[in-house]
Structure formats: structure tokens, C-alpha cells
Ligand binder design. Sequence first.
Ligand SMILES: C[S@@+](CC[C@H](N)C(=O)[O-])C[C@H]1O[C@@H](n2cnc3c(N)ncnc32)[C@H](O)[C@@H]1O
Length: 259
Amino acid sequence: MSRGSLCAVGIGIRAPEQTSREAAARIERAEKVFSLVADPLAQYWVASLNPSTESLTYLYARDKERRQTYLDMVERILEEVRAQRSVCAVSYGHPGVAAFPLHESVRRARSEGFDAEMLAAVSAEDCLFADLGVDPMVGGCRSYEATDFLVHGRGADPASNLVLWQIGAIGEKSWKAEAGVWNRDGLAVLVDTLLATYPSEHEVVVYEAARFPATPPKIERVALRDVANAGVTPLSTLYVPPSVESTVDEAMARRLGYL
Ligand SMILES: C[S@@+](CC[C@H](N)C(=O)[O-])C[C@H]1O[C@@H](n2cnc3c(N)ncnc32)[C@H](O)[C@@H]1O
């Protein structure tokens, strides 16, 4: 009998093209697979690799707090690890980016003495850098979950790139079935907050990476003031380019012999 173990993998945004061979092999070899993949085609592909695949999306429910859904997912995954099975938990994108259930499952499995690991994968932000031609090392890049950005007053640096995740679900604790924006008022609050740092005509991008082969990404360029009326969905990510040039700290540059 095998010893219980857990491997968390991601299949990228556009599976199977963006899925690593290593991740696909882990899915195939596992005794039990759990998938947290929303897209039916990707779900079908994962199940075709391993017939033990169980989708955990049935745990979402209207008016149920997402946090509770995530804890239920963790419990279900751990149940099988504790039953001494080799388990593979699969998410879309990167399994460690905005993916509490997978991080928590790995943490819990380790704390209970099981082998647990996470494999890196292609996230939505990786696709954004490629599709929009953004190098996050030029000017730096701040990346926040949108509600976290607002609630913690993180603040933006107008000389750096800014990426905001989950702009379609700002302030939403529960799950909704709607394909469009879940909270347009929350989006308006985000715009209001960003207007303290950027000019209202500053061009930003409401971005959605292509999920299917041979389809283009959705790249909607709008003035910041118009974001609340843009075609935002639960899959949208907001990219805000720098609005000002970076300045040089001359004393520091001199100290480093960089001038
Ligand atoms: C729960 S997070 C999952 C992130 C995922 N684990 C990853 O690595 O990309 C959901 C958020 O990821 C971003 N996202 C997911 N799919 C996307 C896509 N196709 N294009 C752009 N952003 C996407 C959006 O900000 C969305 O609200």
C-alpha cells in the first residue's frame, strides 16, 4: 500500500498547451485526482488523463462564503491523503497564485507528516506579460488582489507597473454564477481610489488571456475613468502602466558607482 502524499499542480491558462509534461505526468500517475478547474473543456481533458478525477467545483454555492468552500475543498483533499493515496490537486493557472485551497492543502498535509509539494505553472500574469509586452523588471511591478489592494490601502506607485487581480469580484465574499462583473460598485470604488494616483485619461487594460488554442486574448484598452463600464468578467485582470518616469536617487546611484 502506498503512503499518502499530495502534489499540487497547475495546468496553465490554456490547457493542454500550457501544461508542463511534469504536471501532466503527475495527474496521470496519481491514485486520486481533484480538480479546481472552472472551464468544462479543461476539466474534460484532466479527467481524460485520469478517470479518478473528481471536480471540487460542486462545493461552491450561492450565499456560501468562498472561504468556507475553500476549507471544504481542503478537507476533501486531505481525506484522501489520510486514506494513504497519492493525490494530485489540479488548478488552472499556477496552483500557488490566488489559490488558498492548494497552499492550505500542502501546508496541512505536511503538518500531518505526509509528503506534499507544489509544481510551478503558467499564471494569468505570465500570459499578461507576454500578450501586453510588459517586462516587470522595467520599472518594477506591483501585483495585488483587488479587494486586498483597497482594504489594506496598499497604494500604487505611478512610476511602476500595476497588476490587479479579481477586479470582477471586489468585496464579494460568496460565489456567484454570473459570467459578468459581480460587483460593479466595487469596481467604481477601485477607479476612484486609482484616480488619486493616476490621471483620469490614463490608458489601462482590462485583460483576459485566451483560454482556448487559436483564440486571441481579450485586450480592452480604456481610460481609467471608464473601467467601471468596461467588459469586466470574473476572469478579468487589470493592468495599469506607469504614468510617470522613474526618478533616480542620485545619492544612492553615486554610492553604488552607478552614475
Ligand atoms: C482565483 S484567481 C486564480 C488565478 C490562477 N491560479 C492563476 O495562476 O492565474 C482568479 C483571478 O485570476 C485572474 N485570471 C484568471 N483567468 C484569467 C484569464 N484567462 N485572463 C486574465 N486573468 C485571469 C483574474 O484576475 C481572476 O479574477
